[in-house]
Design a protein around this ligand. Structure first.
Ligand code: C2E
Ligand code: CA
Ligand code: CA
Ligand code: CA
Length: 278
């Protein structure tokens, strides 16, 4: 098959065939993943710059399957979404986060836990009922939790999202706009969305230590967010130089391998003690 040209027969190439086979394999194996206990959550610290401490963590899902091994959520979450399984998986994540939060509470670790909510999940007509049910069953207060929703979702269905966000906020949840600056960002919507925190995407942070244009963009976004009353967290911080720039721009929080990789719940306490002692 010809690779390119006017008539593009790309969809017959072996690479794409392989991708399709893998996708359908993933889809099939996902169906039993929940029941087989193949999912777990890891937690990545969020470090508060001025207070010099970790005040929150983000829950991130992991999937290990006997046939496929570890599969990245970047690959399987979109499939979980499009196949309609996200509501079930999303509920499991929320229960699991609540359960873990209560364990940490017993150990006297008071920490805010952020949960990623995907677009399909947020826009499900019963999402608000589901989330309310989970938190009532688990008997935990929503104000200990943060919901991360990607900017692209918020902008696609802006009216609907504003309504859902308002209800979540009055229930007590904190809301963050995830991956800000990764796609096209609309300042108009940003001013309308009732969110409390903005997460600057890793792609903005990658060049912030040496590229002047990135520096202008990042520092301006931080200033603007502050003027809108939002806190700002930078994600994907890997280098000391990036941290220094972000500190100079008065960024509120950072998250990234520089502080910690995502950890199993049991390893969090130990890592927090290490971070505290520098
Ligand atoms: P995200 O929400 O933007 O999460 C940040 C991703 O960046 C995570 O990848 C995290 O492990 C990674 N990361 C954090 N710090 C660094 C760093 O310093 N350098 C680099 N290179 N990477 C860093 P992960 O865990 O593979 O998740 C990928 C995406 O999958 C997430 O992006 C999110 O969109 C989705 N996802 C993960 N867990 C969940 C979940 O529980 N529910 C939903 N709905 N989506 C999830
Ligand atoms: Ca996130
Ligand atoms: Ca993100
Ligand atoms: Ca991301």
């Amino acid at each position: 098959v010809k690779e390119s040209g006017k008539n593009n027969y790309q969809w017959y190439t072996p690479a794409i065939e392989t991708a399709r086979t893998r996708r359908s394999l993933i889809e099939r194996l996902l169906k039993s993943a929940l029941d087989q206990g193949e999912f777990r959550l890891v937690y990545q610290p969020k470090w508060e710059l001025r207070r010099n401490e970790v005040t929150g963590v983000e829950a991130l899902i992991r999937w290990n399957n006997a046939i496929l091994g570890d599969v990245s959520p970047a690959e399987f979450i979109p499939i979980v979404e499009s196949s309609g399984m996200i509501h079930e998986v999303g509920e499991w994540i929320m229960h699991e986060v609540c359960r873990q939060f209560k364990i940490w509470q017993k150990e006297n670790l008071s920490i805010r836990v952020a949960i990623n909510i995907s677009g399909a999940q947020l826009l499900h007509p019963q999402f608000l009922d589901h989330i309310q049910k989970v938190f009532e069953e688990e008997k935990v207060e929503p104000f200990h939790f943060e919901l991360e929703v990607t900017e692209s979702v918020a902008i696609e269905k802006v009216e609907r999202v504003i309504d859902v966000f308002c209800r979540l906020r009055s229930a007590g949840f904190l809301i963050s706009l995830d991956d800000f600056g990764a796609g096209y960002s609309s300042m108009k919507y940003l001013s309308q969305l009732p969110v409390q925190c903005m997460k600057l995407d890793k792609t903005l942070i990658d060049h912030v230590s040496y590229d002047e244009r990135s520096q202008v963009i990042v520092s301006t976004l931080i200033q603007m967010s502050h003027q809108l009353g939002l806190t700002v967290i930078a994600e994907g911080v890997e280098l000391q130089e990036q941290l220094q720039q972000l500190q100079a721009y008065n960024c509120d929080q950072i998250q990234g391998y520089l502080i910690s990789r995502p950890l199993a719940a049991d390893d969090l306490m130990t890592r927090l003690a290490e971070i505290r002692s520098g």
